[in-house]
Design a protein around this ligand. Structure first.
Ligand code: ASP
Ligand code: MG
Length: 447
């Protein structure tokens, strides 16, 4: 079997759904499990109406809900005209009624818990899957019957063993050649049957989890780009889709700003040894990226990613000289504030590290000031050069630095893993750095 996951932009309207329908129909012999996101910006709209209800603006919230339902009915009508079945009608009416009750409840209490928000947000995927399943005459499956999670609402974690058992018992029997099963990404349920979500953008993760448990031949992530690109195309128009990417490279790229896939998404697929492909819904015959355990392209640099703004903290203390326990003390402060540190470079009496721009800086500085002096540099960016053969290719670091010879590189991190060379530059220099690196290390090296 295969998993076909379609993101919000792939199911945004009737025209998109038709294209999805065609792709699924072609894949019928491969027993596809179709995992959908909510249509277009539906999840954002649901979040917004929930917040309106919380603020006591019930009429506005209900108006937004009506609008959303009309929009979905419109998609259904455009796809099926008067052939929309009563099953679909009933399903939409039920979801609409439930949403209304939830919004009224939130408005009455003026309280929006993550638990309520998950229940509200789940409407998006339930609507999109109901419509597509009816249009295709496919089996609709409620993901909440199989995606068992803990009760960490808003960012629920799937419970591996229970989830796998439920997927095999309840979902797998529907899969068969010649038939599609349509289910929701993003949503799940606790053992008590309370609706949860895996966090924004969680549909890829759902697809990867379902695919791993079911031993899919391929987990296809259908989106609006032709795979993972060598670089952000808004910065480098010459950016191209990467044909083959290793799991490790994909995880690094995602962690360093590439928007395509969340690293956690790929983990279940890595463990199960299943390739993940990233494809363009509107250009199914076009290029795409295959993410597999390892690649053997021999290419030193695969892609350039960047993330910013970040803040660089340089922590110095004379006491660090020949002292043990300094780093422990340092990191204890970050740990206590739940601040995650990205890059680190150490010298004899100082340590430089990067943190996100929105950390509680004053509190951190107060604590660190008790045993060290701290120098702060804001508005910096991390530029990451990623490639499986980076470390074993002679001269590659030299080429990086030559490419950036007219820029001030403030920090370098290399060697923690084999495949990522990270540099810190001023945020305003980042686009230039990325363009230079892309031109030197990637353009021309591409097939
Ligand atoms: N619909 C959800 C969101 O917008 C999940 C997803 O698209 O992956 O975050
Ligand atoms: Mg998405």
């Amino acid at each position: 079997m295969i998993v076909m996951k379609f993101g919000g932009s792939s199911v945004a309207d009737a025209a998109c759904m038709r294209e999805v329908g065609e792709l699924v129909t072609q894949a019928l012999p491969r027993s596809p499990l179709v995992v959908l996101s909510a249509a277009g910006k539906t999840t954002d709209a649901l979040f917004a109406m929930a917040r309106q209800a919380e603020a006591g603006q019930l009429e506005e919230a209900l108006e937004a809900k009506r609008h959303l339902i009309v929009h979905h009915r419109g998609i259904a009508f455009e796809l099926m005209a008067d052939q929309t079945t009563s099953v679909l009608e009933d399903a939409i009416t039920e979801i609409s009624g439930e949403l209304e009750l939830l919004l009224r409840g939130v408005a009455l209490l003026r309280e929006l818990s993550l638990r309520s928000l998950d229940a509200i947000a789940s409407a998006g995927e339930r609507l999109s899957t109901r419509i597509l399943a009816t249009y295709l005459g496919a089996q609709w499956f409620d993901a909440r019957a199989a995606m068992r999670t803990d009760d960490c609402f808003g960012a629920a974690r799937p419970l591996g063993t229970e989830m796998a058992t439920l997927v095999i018992e309840r979902l797998a029997p529907y899969l068969a050649p010649g038939r599609a099963v349509v289910t929701q990404g993003y949503i799940g349920a606790t053992a008590e049957g309370l609706t949860t979500t895996l966090g924004r953008g969680g549909s890829d993760y759902s697809a990867s989890l379902f695919g791993s448990v079911l031993g899919a031949e391929d987990i296809q992530i259908w989106t609006d780009v032709e795979g993972v690109l060598t670089c952000d195309p808004r910065i480098v128009p010459e950016a191209r889709p990467i044909g083959e990417l290793s799991f490790a490279e994909a995880a690094e790229l995602a962690a360093f700003g590439a928007k395509v896939l969340h690293p956690a998404t790929i983990q279940p697929a890595v463990e199960a040894g299943i390739p993940v492909t990233v494809r363009h819904t509107r250009r199914p015959q076009g290029r795409f990226t295959t993410i597999t355990g390892e690649v053997r392209t021999g290419r030193p640099v695969t892609a350039i990613a960047s993330r910013g703004p970040v803040t660089v903290l340089t922590v110095s203390s004379a006491r660090m000289l020949n002292q043990s326990g300094f780093l422990a003390r340092l990191f204890d402060v970050f740990a206590r504030y739940g601040v995650s540190v990205d890059l680190i470079a150490t010298a004899e009496v100082s340590v430089s590290l990067t943190v996100e721009a929105d950390v509680p800086l004053n509190a951190l500085l107060g604590e660190l000031g008790n045993f060290a002096t701290v120098c702060v540099a804001t508005n910096r960016a991390i530029v990451a050069v990623v490639g499986e053969r980076l470390k074993v290719t002679p001269g590659i670091t030299g080429r990086c630095f030559t490419a950036l010879s007219n820029l001030n590189i403030e920090m370098i991190s290399f060697g923690a893993n084999e495949i990522n060379l990270s540099l810190v530059v001023r945020q305003e220099d980042a686009p230039h750095a990325i363009r230079q690196l892309h031109a030197t290390l990637i353009e021309g090296d591409l097939p």
